[in-house]
Design a protein around this ligand. Structure first.
Ligand code: RP5
Length: 198
């Protein structure tokens, strides 16, 4: 339940777990109905999970034992409107819990989770994902001095790439993986254009 979740986040923030055991990227979304866009679905467009998994990240769900991969992410459903206390605690404890970047997605016209999280978690970078076109203005419409970085509607895959770019500044291994991914993209374009021009 909500109190237990909040309590767990607070305890994790106080614990002195080594950085290698804490999640690097926190993915949060306003509702579990956002999951297809945020994670990626088999029928639809690939999402943040697909990107991170391809780049070798592991989803961390069990906080008791150390993860196998050096690079990890976690996922929470956090609603700015239904569970503001969870949003506040998540954003406020994120840095202490070892998170380096937050990816926050929300839909609807009042997509406030990304921008509120960015304000509370500042100076931790937050990448906002408008889950629908109509959520775009709500996600990016921040006043001067309250920054948020955002991707286009539905592009959680790109949010995961951007988050990895931030981490890659300190991890050569991630830089290499991003470069390999980019080379593979070029191969894909080559295949399509060759087919078109045959
Ligand atoms: C937003 O409202 C959520 O991010 C979601 O996109 C939308 C609808 O949520 P549900 O009513 O499907 O839970 O806050």
């Amino acid at each position: 339940n909500l109190d237990a979740l909040i309590d767990r986040l607070e305890r994790q923030a106080e614990s002195d777990r080594p950085n290698a055991e804490t999640p690097d990227i926190g993915i949060i979304m306003g509702s579990d109905s956002d999951l297809d866009v945020m994670a990626g679905s088999e029928e639809g467009r690939p999402g943040a999970y697909d990107c991170l998994t391809e780049l070798g990240f592991e989803e961390q769900t069990d906080y008791e034992s150390p993860p196998d991969s050096e690079f990890t992410f976690e996922t929470y459903v956090v609603s700015a409107h239904r569970t503001p206390e969870l949003m506040y605690t998540y954003a406020e404890t994120a840095a202490e819990r070892g998170i380096d970047v937050i990816i926050a997605g929300a839909g609807g016209k009042s997509a406030d989770l990304p921008n509120m999280t960015a304000s509370i978690a500042y100076p931790l970078p937050v990448i906002g994902v408008p889950v629908q076109e109509k959520s775009l203005q709500s996600v990016i419409g921040m006043p001067q001095g309250a920054p948020i970085v955002a991707v286009d509607a539905g592009k959680s895959f790109n949010a995961a790439l951007s988050a990895t770019q931030i981490l890659a500044r300190e991890h050569a291994e991630l830089r290499e993986r991003l470069e390999t991914y980019h080379e593979e993209l070029k191969d894909g374009v080559g295949t399509v254009s060759t087919e078109l021009h045959d």
